[in-house]
Design a protein around this ligand. Structure first.
Ligand code: AMP
Ligand code: GLY
Length: 412
């Protein structure tokens, strides 16, 4: 069977890597990257051209841009199997205003909000919320269109940098969870919960990025919490939209229960890297079932131990970042048992170079969270390129929870 992965980042490498483990599967990617090329073939052209050129039996879309542009509608019009939402459902990610209105109409828990047609109108709405307050650009912004303003001066400065429509919303406290479910229009299979680290620096300091690292661990959400998320968020959304593909709810677990921060209509990046590392099940039959409406009763199996992904970023990221830096140590890193997923890399005559903001996702699993974290960072220490930076605290909050639990058991 031939499977095409659309996209060129770390998420797509992880997906291709997992699919390549399935017996009888040949993996292609459009356009892919040098990491994907180690597990499959990279092909040029638009997604549909690539799928037709290789004779793909199934296509899986990584990034949101082609989904929002209607790639799923295009494939279906040609009778081709594809995993993803149609253009209509993709508005859940394509427009924050659409998503917020949808959430409030369906009474799905989310932060209180108002929408504004322009920054001047937003300024008038600020008083309603106090500070901190959250400002979100309406359209796609690669994870960078959200600003948390601590006071009026910060809010005014932020609004000066915005143009067009926006959402102003209540600041929520709690712990953040990425909850992703595969949907077939009616039935839903939840993936294991993950936690992303959006801020660029340790301790959640600095501007937001697309994600500096993520981990997946059974301890992130209890079974009762998972049920609540399914009942309050995922099922009502799928029922209302007939959603197909990966529905990603970015949640704040507050003292009043889960609240939706955002929807994405695809797998997360870097959440996919630890998810694929941790998944035991063969993903291929599950993806096929998602395209034929047969997900009822399907379950995904995960290793008990967690997985951790640390993103190595270029100098300057998340601002304009340097490229063309030679990368060393990828092979040495993998001898530690970690897997190095490529994101912004390119193959040149002198070797693998940096070619984007997020360069590599170093991913490892372990018996428990401290072990998985240690293994991931041991691999990170093997890799070098000019300007490289990364967070040193991926999974720390989970590790603290792990230590508290272990300590509690010890004193009992
Ligand atoms: P979003 O792209 O909407 O998920 O926002 C990016 C990040 O901003 C989230 O992952 C949160 O860390 C933060 N954020 C967004 N909305 C809120 C909110 N209402 N309260 C607190 N933090 C938020
Ligand atoms: N890691 C956040 C996202 O994929 O949007």
């Amino acid at each position: 069977m031939k499977i095409l992965v659309v996209g060129s980042g770390g998420r797509e490498h992880a997906l291709a890597w997992k699919l390549a483990h399935s017996p009888g599967v040949e993996v292609f990617a459009a356009p892919g990257n040098p990491g994907v090329a180690r597990v499959g073939s990279c092909v040029p052209g638009t997604p549909l051209e690539a799928a037709q050129a290789v004779g793909a039996d199934l296509t899986v879309v990584g990034p949101e841009v082609p989904l929002v542009a209607g790639v799923v509608d295009e494939f279906r019009a040609h009778g081709s199997h594809i995993v993803g939402p149609d253009r209509n459902a993709a508005r859940l990610e394509g427009s924050k205003i659409f998503a917020k209105n949808f959430l409030s109409q369906r009474k799905i828990p989310t932060a209180e909000f108002v929408t504004a047609d322009n920054p001047a109108e937003a300024r008038k709405a600020l008083d309603r919320f106090g500070f901190p307050v959250v400002l979100k650009a309406d359209g796609l912004a690669a994870g960078k269109g959200v600003i948390i303003a601590r006071d009026r001066a910060q809010a005014d400065a932020a609004l000066a940098s915005f143009a067009g429509r926006l959402v102003i919303e209540e600041f929520l406290r709690g712990s953040e969870v990425s909850f992703i479910a595969l949907c077939d229009g009616k039935n839903v299979v939840p993936l294991a919960a993950t936690q992303d680290h959006k801020a660029v620096f340790d301790g959640d300091q600095g501007p937001n990025t697309g994600g500096m690292g993520a981990y997946s661990d059974a301890a992130i959400l209890s079974e009762a919490e998972t049920r609540k998320v399914m009942e309050q968020v995922i099922y009502p959304t799928v029922e209302a939209t007939g959603f197909t593909g990966f529905l990603y709810a970015g949640l704040m677990m507050t003292s009043a229960g889960p609240k939706v921060l955002e929807f994405n209509v695809r797998l997360g990046d870097p959440e996919t890297q630890p998810l694929m590392h941790r998944m035991v099940s063969d993903l291929v039959p599950v993806l096929l079932a998602a395209t034929t409406g047969e997900l009822q009763g399907v379950k995904l199996e995960w290793r008990a131990g967690p997985s951790v992904c640390v993103v190595l970023a270029s100098g300057g990221y998340p601002g304009s970042s340097e490229t063309g830096k030679l990368i060393s140590g990828i092979e040495a890193a993998e001898t530690t048992g970690a897997t190095v997923f490529h994101a912004g890399t390119r193959e040149t005559a002198r070797g693998i170079e940096t070619a984007g903001g997020r360069v590599l996702g170093v991913t490892a699993s372990g018996a428990d969270l401290p072990a998985a974290i240690e293994r991931a960072y041991a691999a990170v220490r093997e890799i070098r390129f000019d300007g490289m930076h990364y967070r040193t605290d991926i999974g720390r909050r989970g590790r603290e929870r792990h230590e508290q639990n272990a300590g509690g058991a010890h004193t009992r």
